[in-house]
Design a protein. Structure first.
Length: 292
């Protein structure tokens, strides 16, 4: 099975490397050349263009930044046109539900199966091959790519037959993560407003009622004021909150909390914090409380 991997960023590079280690033939492409060279050093075939990467590929895996990057690569750069009939495209990026539905139709017209498979997990989880993968698409395509997903993740969660269903689930999960960060950030500002140290409060919260990975991970970053290097950039968090709002509008689902979270993110971006880790949302809450 020949695999093309497009998008060798923070998440994509370790994922492609894991496929190589599992013995698969991988051709890689990235907008900037350095990650391609790193993957080639592990035994991958380096592609100069996205279309060249997918030539004769049985499976295309893409892990691109957003809707715009996906459109530019898959459509404008000729990737879909270059895929052979019968190939399978597994899109593991977090994109809008609208684009997922559009891509499904375009791939169907080309005789290419389209599978949405966005992931849950940070870079260290990707490196360990322990991602949780949310998938939706045609049954036969899902069966065919399951061995690849088993290399990349600890569990594959079936979300339905329509690819956009997996993207809706991923956006809902990221909305919940944003809500957890926002809640913890405001709670920290509250106790600090009454003279308590945030580190002790966060230890209390994450050792008792909120002893979960999201609260523990982001809580530790907030307690330590450690927002660089970013495991997941705050600006990308805003992107996902906006996509959740867009999906809500398309499904006639009000998301009032997401609207408040969008404004909190905008506060952070207005203060030049978009490049920081998502936990830096706590700075916006502290700022609003006059604590910064």
């Amino acid at each position: 099975m020949k695999i093309a991997f497009l998008g060798l960023g923070t998440m994509g590079l370790p994922m492609a490397a894991n496929l190589l280690r599992a013995g698969y033939v991988v051709s890689g492409w990235n907008r900037s050349p350095a990650p391609v060279q790193r993957l080639a050093a592990l035994g991958a075939q380096a592609a100069v263009t996205p279309a060249a990467a997918v030539a004769d590929a049985d499976v295309l895996i893409s892990m691109l930044a957003d809707d715009a990057a996906t459109l530019a690569t898959v459509l404008d750069a000729g990737v879909l046109a270059a895929l052979k009939p019968g190939a399978i495209h597994v899109n593991m990026a977090t994109i809008s539900v609208a684009l997922a539905a559009r891509l499904e139709a375009l791939h169907l017209a080309r005789g290419v199966a389209y599978v949405a498979a966005p992931v849950l997990g940070r870079v260290n989880v990707a490196e360990a091959g322990q991602l949780n993968i949310l998938v939706a698409g045609p049954e036969q395509a899902l069966i065919a790519v399951q061995p690849l997903l088993d290399v990349l993740g600890q569990r594959t969660w079936r979300m339905g037959e329509r690819p956009e269903q997996a993207n809706a689930a991923k956006l809902a999960m990221n909305f919940m993560i944003a809500s957890a960060i926002g809640t913890l950030s405001e709670a920290v500002a509250l106790v600090q407003g009454h003279g308590l140290e945030k580190a002790g409060f966060i230890e209390l919260a994450t050792s008792t009622a909120f002893a979960t990975p999201v609260y523990k991970g982001y809580g530790q970053a907030i307690a330590d004021d450690q927002f660089e290097p970013a495991g997941f950039k705050l600006a990308l968090g805003l992107k996902d909150v906006r996509l959740a709002l867009e999906a809500g509008e398309q499904g006639n689902v009000p998301l009032s909390l997401a609207s408040a979270l969008r404004d909190l993110h905008l506060d952070s971006l207005a203060h030049g914090e978009g490049h920081l880790d998502w936990a830096a949302l706590s700075r916006a809450c502290a700022r609003r409380a006059g604590q910064l």
